[in-house]
Design a protein around this ligand. Structure first.
Ligand code: HEM
Length: 460
């Protein structure tokens, strides 16, 4: 496929093919997430424009074009504009924005999110996860099913509370914070899908949104004050931000915005990626059997140790494939500051451009049997020479996810801990459909937990 990209209004650029509302509507009714994938597949990697009435965004799916938007010309494709306004009201303009404020946020977070630092916390993270998994014993004994999303949320909240606040906060407080985030994000999304409605025009949920933001502030500001006065060199994110030497985080508002932005970015994405694991394993018994075998062999009856992590190679491949089909950060929006050209198609200044890993990961042009679940695609023994932007669950370019090492580790620890103790099996039949909010499964995933026999030969 020939590709033409560039900035400026090249005379030869053509207008994007417009997908009319009458074609989009039935797809959107069937499910908005799959509508993007369907449009992408039909366009075969070409840039198209979606006619959503007063809102006419572009959809970019070809890996070359994705690379252009996310990396090559990223300063032109910005996280600003009408679609971002409601986000700013919750997360501020620092980590969730652009420019020098975003840069200082990224710089202050970076040391806490490196592979090296995250790996150094493996033992503590494993303990936090094991403590939450211990609480599932009762459900396993009584045969009572658990809600996969709720259980994964529980684990992720415990991990994030420890990682972001250390001893300064409790699990219960982290849980309350996550609940308020949920409310704020739910109503923020309502505004985001109607960017043409001015802020002054009230919409349902405005009050719930304001109350949730207020509740978040009432919890986070006291934690910042605690971190500022605490002695020592706490290894949590809030302490690191309060210690930032360049003075960038002297203002409590900046610390608050950064913390909330990073926590929001890292909570539902991690939770839902983990939740999709279980229906996928149910539907692919040979994959499940191989994953169980690996965990039995490496971890035995547990606990999961830092030395086990590099040995969980197949589990990691399964995770990568889950993130191919269910990349919870499934869509990114950008605002074209200046007019330009992507793939020979002119893009007008002021337009919204959507980039979607969910859609790109399903293109026949770049993936063999893209809709089949096959972890072998990620086998280190296979030389795939894949385009960097044919697989981008964590985005790319300067805004690439800062939390990917943390995710990898937490996900491996969670799966290994659960599987070393139980055989989780999905009791309800599905099908499970992804909702736009971080691909949350629409239907409840009911998990039964069968305790794993603790016979001595399973231990290492
Ligand atoms: C399955 C898990 C995750 C997925 C799929 C995911 C996905 C993404 C994607 C696609 C982006 C790019 C956004 C953009 O370009 O606009 C991103 C950015 C970001 N992610 Fe993640 N993420 C995950 C986990 C996490 C975790 C665990 C954290 C932190 C605790 C985190 C924090 C962030 C932050 C702060 C950014 C913004 C970075 C910047 O703009 O410089 N993410 N994530």
């Amino acid at each position: 496929m020939s590709v033409q990209i560039g900035r400026g209004s090249a005379g030869s650029a053509r207008q994007a093919t417009v997908v009319p509302l009458r074609r989009l509507l039935p797809m959107l009714v069937r499910g908005p997430v799959n509508a993007f994938a369907e449009v992408g597949r039909q366009a075969r990697g070409q840039v198209v424009r979606l006619d959503l009435g007063p809102f006419r965004p572009y959809l970019v799916t070809h890996p070359d074009h994705v690379q252009y938007v996310m990396r090559t010309d990223w300063t032109n494709y910005q996280r600003v504009g009408k679609v971002w306004d409601p986000v700013e009201r919750f997360l501020g303009t620092t980590f969730a924005g652009e420019g020098p404020d975003w840069e200082s946020s990224r710089k202050a977070h970076q040391p806490m999110f490196t592979a090296r630092h995250v790996t150094s916390l493996t033992g503590r993270l494993a303990d936090v996860i094991a403590e939450r998994v211990d609480r599932l014993d009762e459900s396993a004994r009584s045969g009572r099913p658990i809600d996969a999303t709720k259980t994964m949320t529980d684990i992720v909240v415990a991990v994030n509370t420890m990682f972001f606040f250390g001893e300064k906060s409790s699990f219960e407080e982290g849980e309350r914070l996550a609940r308020e985030f949920g409310t704020a994000v739910k109503w923020l999304n309502v505004r985001q899908i109607m960017p043409f409605v001015p802020t002054a025009v009230p919409l349902p949920g405005d009050r719930a949104f304001a109350n949730a933001v207020k509740a978040v502030d009432e919890m986070v500001y006291p934690l910042i004050r605690k971190a500022r006065t605490a002695s020592g060199d706490g290894h949590d994110v809030i302490s690191a931000l309060c210690r930032a030497r360049d003075g960038s985080h002297a203002d409590d508002r900046k610390v608050r915005d950064d913390l909330v932005a990073a926590l929001v970015a890292g909570t539902d994405t991690t939770t839902h990626a983990l939740a999709w694991m279980w229906p996928v394993l149910r539907d692919h018994p040979p994959v499940a059997a191989r994953l169980y075998d690996e965990i039995d062999r490496v971890v035995g009856t547990g606990p999961v140790l830092p030395s086990h992590i590099p040995e969980l190679r197949y589990t990691k491949m399964v995770l990568q494939e889950v993130l191919r089909l269910y990349p919870s950060g499934w869509i990114m929006q950008r605002f074209a500051a200046a007019s330009g050209e992507i793939g020979g198609v002119s893009v007008n200044a002021g337009s919204t451009v959507f980039v979607s890993p969910y859609a790109t990961h399903r293109l026949d042009e770049f993936w063999d049997r893209p809709l089949d679940f096959d972890p072998e695609r990620f086998s280190p023994d296979i030389d795939t020479r894949r385009h960097r932007y044919s697989y981008f669950p964590f985005g790319g370019g300067p805004h690439q996810c800062i939390g990917q090492h943390l995710f990898q580790l937490v996900a491996l620890l969670t799966i290994a801990t659960l599987v070393s103790r139980f055989r989780p099996w999905v009791r309800n039949s599905g099908p499970f459909t992804p909702l736009p909010a971080a691909l949350r499964p629409k239907q409840k995933i009911e998990l039964g937990l069968v305790p794993v026999e603790r016979s001595p030969h399973r231990a290492r």
